[in-house]
Design a protein around this ligand. Structure first.
Ligand code: FE
Length: 190
């Protein structure tokens, strides 16, 4: 366990998510109301502790902030160094992405009848306070990159499961896929 107290803003978000899930919402309801809760959480950017906001030179970091004991949802900080990006990947569960600091570019993909993956419209340019979502019901394949070439960016993600342990896929442009399990980054003990 992380030997740090949970930031009050995150504790409030988790309680609000638990209350939302207690109403047995549909996935669109989770994305709508959960998105509003996430927008509240990222309305201020100072609550995320430094050890969960630290970029690394070799690749983007994915720090676990909270895992629901029943694994109904997880909350993660994604920390991008300048120019870092994900491969094209899916999630298999619903997801919410909110930018906390910096700027990110999100490119959704859709499947062409040939099986190839093609961009589903232009990439979304996301700045602090903006929330995006993914859903297996309407497409959950995308690639994300830090839109800043000279500074880190940070986003807070919420997923409908223990995202670090979920078996999912990365994709090549021809649509071929390879399974992966992301795990979580290990914060530097400070
Ligand atoms: Fe993603």
């Amino acid at each position: 366990m992380v030997p740090h107290p949970q930031p009050p803003a995150l504790t409030r978000f988790v309680a609000d998510m638990e209350a939302l899930l207690a109403t047995s919402p549909t996935e669109p309801e989770i994305l709508h109301h959960g998105g509003q809760l996430l927008a509240q959480l990222i309305a201020t950017a100072d609550w995320l502790p430094d050890h969960l906001a630290t970029p690394r030179a070799d690749r983007y970091q994915q720090y676990l902030l909270h895992l629901d004991p029943a694994e109904r949802f997880s909350v993660v900080s994604f920390v991008w160094g300048p120019g870092q990006s994900t491969p094209v990947h899916n999630h298999t569960v619903w997801g919410l992405v909110g930018v906390l600091r910096g700027a990110e570019e999100v490119q959704p993909f859709t499947r062409h009848p040939t099986g190839a993956l093609i961009p589903a419209g232009p990439p979304a340019q996301m700045t602090p306070g903006m929330v995006d979502s993914v859903s297996p019901a309407r497409g959950d394949i995308h690639a994300v990159r830090n839109a800043l070439a000279d500074a880190p960016s940070i986003s807070i993600h919420v997923y409908g499961g223990n995202i670090g342990a979920i078996r999912r896929s990365v994709f090549q442009p021809d649509g071929s896929q390879k399974e992966f399990i992301s795990g979580y980054s290990k914060p530097d003990p400070k």
